[in-house]
Design a protein around this ligand. Structure first.
Ligand SMILES: Nc1ncnc2c1ncn2[C@@H]1O[C@H](COP(=O)(O)OP(=O)(O)O)[C@@H](O)[C@H]1O
Ligand SMILES: [Mg+2]
Length: 322
């Protein structure tokens, strides 16, 4: 702990969080300016001492904290753009099953206090197949969150529309073949939408949102739990498509056939471990790869966004595309 309660904290939101805050205009800049005061306020309200910031976020300031009775915890203060209420609702309903436990929250201040977890799967970097197996075990647990929300706007249509709009506004930064295929897949997943078969999906279950549970407990049987849920209703294949969307580093330097073969094998593993239809996972995975690439380019992180589009070009080759 680097300071006492009530004293201003040394605050340094990481570069991506700052970039995202600035992209939000005055509301984001205000959030950055008020961050030190907000931390002090939460320390007083929740009787905690806030310590070192944690790396890895894109939409929040996250830091270690200690409660008055000496328990380790983590304070998260989210940017105003995030669906903070939705995130809190999902964590509350999960009650630690597949997710971080929630100790306290303040919807107006976009603040929450969570159990302290260990490093992310992204930092620990087990082999890709091990990561996929663990993420599947975590998702099987996380999909048991009770459905307490109406189906929002259907996700595939939203993503298809976003892909078309961003492709034009960014000056067509990938081939028409990639965008057309993403649109075809968006249309198929939208047509397959069935509210009765939806679960509360995590929405962004990438290895950076999977954190090691330091001690065994109920709900953390996979050894990791999720943070940062979007928590909307969708078919299970959606979350698995998000898992399939990553692996740009593993695909780098491969030709279309080799890249397609590798991603197909990951897709088969995801289907096998969850019993979910492989083609549905493939379609979501491709749509997510393209929409994420465009979305990240749009908020100005070219280096992070480009590999998603480059790998989509590889995967759009026959016979893997379909
Ligand atoms: N409960 C926690 N325990 C330990 N580290 C955490 C916890 N919550 C978040 N973190 C760290 O902060 C990072 C960002 O948190 P996250 O909730 O994903 O925020 P963002 O909305 O910015 O993505 C995580 O990748 C992890 O490194
Ligand atoms: Mg996150």
């Amino acid at each position: 702990m680097d300071h006492r309660p009530g004293e201003p904290a040394a605050v340094a939101a990481n570069a991506l969080v700052r970039q995202k805050a600035h992209s939000l205009g005055p509301a984001g800049q205000e959030w950055l300016a008020e961050l030190p005061a907000r931390i002090g306020e939460m320390e007083r309200r929740w009787s905690i001492t806030v310590g070192q910031p944690l790396p890895g976020g894109t939409s929040s300031y996250v830091a270690r904290a200690r409660t008055r009775d000496g328990r380790d915890a983590v304070l998260k203060l989210s940017l105003p753009a995030a669906d903070f209420a939705g995130q809190v609702r999902t964590l509350r309903l999960a009650r630690g099953r597949g997710y971080a436990q929630l100790f306290a929250y303040d919807l107006g201040r976009h603040a929450m206090l969570q159990e302290a977890l260990g490093p992310s799967m992204e930092r620990l970097r087990p082999a890709p197949r091990q990561q996929i197996e663990t993420l599947c075990a975590m998702l099987r647990r996380a999909w048991s969150v009770p459905r307490a929300v109406d189906p929002g706007p259907e996700k595939a249509s939203v993503l298809g529309e976003t892909v078309g709009r961003l492709w034009e506004s960014l000056g067509r930064p990938c081939s028409e073949r990639v965008v057309s295929l993403a649109m075809v897949f968006a249309g198929r997943r939208a047509a397959a939408f069935d509210p009765d078969r939806c679960v509360v999906v995590h929405g962004d279950p990438h290895p950076g949102n999977a954190l090691r549970a330091p001690t065994p407990r109920e709900g953390a049987e996979a050894g990791f739990v999720f943070v940062d849920p979007d928590g909307f209703l969708a078919e299970r294949a959606y979350d698995l498509g998000v898992v399939l969307r990553d692996w740009c580093a593993e695909l780098k330097g491969r030709d279309g056939a080799a890249a397609g073969g590798l991603v197909r094998s990951y897709c088969a593993l995801l289907a096998d471990r969850t019993g979910v239809d492989e083609e549905a996972i493939w379609e979501w995975g491709f749509l997510e790869r393209v929409s994420t690439g465009l979305y990240v380019l749009d908020f100005g992180a070219e280096e992070l966004g480009r590999p998603f589009l480059d790998t989509a070009e590889l995967l759009a080759c026959r016979p893997y595309a379909q």
